[in-house]
Design a protein around this ligand. Structure first.
Ligand code: PEP
Length: 251
C-alpha cells in the first residue's frame, strides 16, 4: 500500500512576511496522519520555513539543486549537500519550468537526481508533455524518454527512493486539469515502464499528479488507482485550499 503524498510548490512566490503568514495558517489546518505533506518554498525561505514547521507533520523540500552534489566553485548554485545541511528532505527535479524556460536537458536532470540521492534526500522527478506533444499523440513517448534517461543513468533501484510527478505542461497554471481518466492512463503507463525493469519498484514508487489541482477536483484524481497524491502549484499558496487538498488525499 503506497502512502499518499501532497506537495505544494510555491515557485518564485512570497516575501518573508507572506511566507510567515502562510505557514501560520497551514499550522492551523487539520492534516491527516496518513498523508505526507511537503512544502517547497523558494531557496531563501527554506531555513525559516523548516524552523516554523518543526513539531508539525509538514516536511520541507527545495525546488531545485545544483548538478554538483557537494561543495565548490559554482557561483549562484545551491547543492544538495547544502540543502541537506539545512534540514531539507525532498528536492524537485526536472520541473517543466526548468526544462522549458531554463533549458534543462535530460543529462542535467539525471545529474540532479543523482546529486539529491547522494545526499540522502528524496528526488521528486517531474515528467510531462506539452500541448503540442499531446495533440500529436506523443504523450507516452515523451514521458518514456524523460523517465528512461534517468533509469539508464541511475538504475531502476534508485526509484525505490524517489517520487515521480506526472505534470502535463498544458495543465500547469492554466486552470485546465487532466481528467482523472487522462491522468490515470499516463500514470498506469509510467508504472508499466517502471515494471518493465522491476515490478517491485513499480509497486512501491509513488506517482503524483500535477496540473491545476484544486480542492474541488483533488478527490476524483486521488481516487484513481495509480495516482498517489498531487504536486500542487497555485492552490498551495492558499492554506485553506491546500489543507482541503491534503484532506482529500487522506479520505
Ligand atoms: C506545478 O507547477 O507544479 C503545478 C502543478 O502548478 P499548478 O498547480 O498551478 O498548475
Amino acid at each position: 500500500m503506497r502512502r499518499k503524498m501532497v506537495a505544494g510548490n510555491w515557485k518564485m512566490n512570497g516575501t518573508r512576511a507572506s511566507v510567515a503568514k502562510l505557514i501560520d495558517s497551514l499550522r492551523e489546518q487539520e492534516l491527516s496522519s496518513d498523508v505526507d505533506v511537503v512544502v517547497f518554498p523558494s531557496a531563501m525561505h527554506l531555513e525559516r520555513v523548516i524552523a516554523s514547521v518543526a513539531g508539525t507533520s509538514i516536511s520541507v523540500g527545495a525546488q531545485d539543486c545544483s548538478v554538483e552534489s557537494g561543495f565548490g566553485a559554482l557561483t549562484g548554485e545551491s547543492s544538495a549537500a547544502q540543502l541537506a545541511d539545512l534540514g531539507v528532505e525532498w528536492v524537485l527535479v526536472g520541473h517543466s519550468e526548468r526544462r522549458l524556460i531554463l533549458g534543462e536537458g535530460l543529462e542535467t536532470v539525471s545529474r540532479k537526481f543523482a546529486a539529491v540521492q547522494a545526499n540522502g534526500l528524496v528526488p521528486v522527478l517531474c515528467l510531462g508533455e506539452t500541448l503540442e506533444q499531446r495533440e500529436s499523440g506523443r504523450t507516452l513517448e515523451v514521458v518514456h524518454e524523460q523517465l528512461s534517461s534517468v533509469i539508464a543513468d541511475r538504475g531502476i533501484a534508485s526509484f525505490a527512493g524517489a517520487v515521480i510527478a506526472y505534470e502535463p505542461v498544458w495543465a500547469i497554471g492554466s486552470g485546465l486539469t487532466a481528467t482523472p481518466e487522462q491522468a490515470q492512463e499516463v500514470h498506469a503507463a509510467i508504472r508499466g515502464m517502471l515494471a518493465e525493469h522491476d515490478s517491485e519498484v513499480a509497486e512501491v514508487t509513488r506517482l503524483l499528479y500535477g496540473g491545476s489541482v484544486k480542492a474541488d477536483n483533488a478527490a476524483q484524481l486521488f481516487a484513481m488507482p495509480d495516482i498517489d497524491g498531487g504536486l500542487v502549484g497555485g492552490a498551495s499558496l492558499k492554506a485553506d485550499e491546500f489543507g482541503a487538498i491534503c484532506r482529500a488525499a487522506g479520505n
